[in-house]
Design a protein around this ligand. Structure first.
Ligand code: PBG
Length: 332
């Protein structure tokens, strides 16, 4: 390189460290690796089913047989963990979500089959009632349609134990009831599952970004919204309080959800706690990038990598993302 003419007399020139690819690699502060990724997957009843979710191109509802094939494939790509979500037929839903703790239920059968086939992958099960209730809320309703807290927590504890019995490595309460982490920890321990971890959806916001996920599961609430239990998007101090409560009650990992509109919350939570922090790059975030990519409006692959890197840079140690498989392939 030819020496630059001395126009400005600068001592510090930040561009020096950006001049070559090797220099840039040397001073890179954040790296995205396949170890950071948790892959959310949808399981449905039946056989030989692989049905794409219309609002989530590239994401499928798999029947158990095909899900097992997919899991073998993603584990071989280096993905360490999946987060499992069931599509429950309307005929099995009721007011109290009793199918959620059926030992022969879809989640329980699926977890057992995964443990049999790919025992080393970490299976994380969702603990919330919305896929199982006829009204689509995450808990039991009183006569005014208000989600009752303590009654719901009792069912969540039962559901967690049943998932642990099936072989779940971690349970992930995504319901936002008060006190559920402590109750679940106690129930798991009492049933002999002291080794089963809890990934707490600690700061989960009442977000419009969950729309495509509710399409995937047919789980949208039939009436009202989730604002009496999920957090107000306007609040950030409260997120730290929620995290502190969950850690005190026994959460092994805490989570912020959604991710991209809440990078400030991820950063704040990372500062405030000493347990690993996860972030959920949710369905609406996924759908926006896919839609723009399909239209040729953005370079999809680059936007995916930049987005996930930004979530890590904000402070997330782990990212739940529907891009996990694609990214694992890109990073190979
Ligand atoms: C339900 C649950 C939701 C998601 C994960 N678990 C939706 C909701 O709270 O209504 C959303 C995930 C996504 O949008 O990707 N407890």
């Amino acid at each position: 390189m030819s020496p630059q003419s001395n126009g400005l007399n600068l001592i510090y020139r930040p561009r020096r460290l950006r001049r070559t690819a090797a220099l840039r690699r040397m001073v890179q502060e954040t790296q995205l690796t396949v170890n950071d990724l948790i892959y959310p997957m949808f399981v449905t009843e039946g056989e030989n089913q692989k049905v794409e979710v219309a609002s989530m191109p590239g994401c499928y509802r798999f029947s158990l047989d095909l899900l097992l094939q997919e899991i073998a494939e993603v584990y071989a790509l280096g993905i360490n963990a999946i987060a499992l979500f069931p599509v429950i037929p309307e005929s099995k839903k009721d007011e109290t979500g009793s199918e959620s703790y059926n030992p022969e239920g879809l989640v329980q059968r699926t977890v057992a089959a995964i443990e049999q086939q790919t025992p080393d992958i970490t299976v994380i099960t969702d603990v919330a009632l919305d896929p199982f209730t006829s009204h689509g809320h995450d808990g039991l309703l009183d006569e005014d349609g208000y989600v009752m807290n303590d009654e719901t927590v009792e069912v969540l504890a039962k559901m967690s134990v049943s998932q642990a019995q099936a072989g779940a490595d971690m349970v992930a309460p995504s319901d936002m009831m008060d006190g559920r982490i402590g109750a679940i920890r106690e129930a798991l321990d009492a049933a002999g599952f002291t080794h089963v971890g809890i990934l707490a959806y600690s700061a989960k916001y009442a977000s419009a970004y969950y729309g495509p996920f509710r399409d995937a599961l047919d789980s949208a609430p039939k009436s009202g919204d989730k604002k009496t239990y999920q957090m107000d998007p306007a609040n950030s101090i409260e997120a730290v309080k929620e995290v502190e409560l969950d850690v005190d009650e026994g959460a092994d990992i805490v989570m912020v959800k959604p991710a991209l509109p809440y990078l400030d919350i991820i950063a704040k939570v990372r500062e405030a706690t000493d347990v690993p922090v996860a972030a959920y790059n949710v369905s609406g975030e996924y759908a926006m990038i896919k839609a723009a990519g399909q239209n040729g409006w953005i370079d999809e692959k680059k936007v995916i990598l930049e987005t996930l890197l930004s979530i890590k840079r904000a402070g997330a140690d782990l990212i739940l993302t529907y891009f996990a498989k694609e990214v694992a392939l890109m990073l190979k």
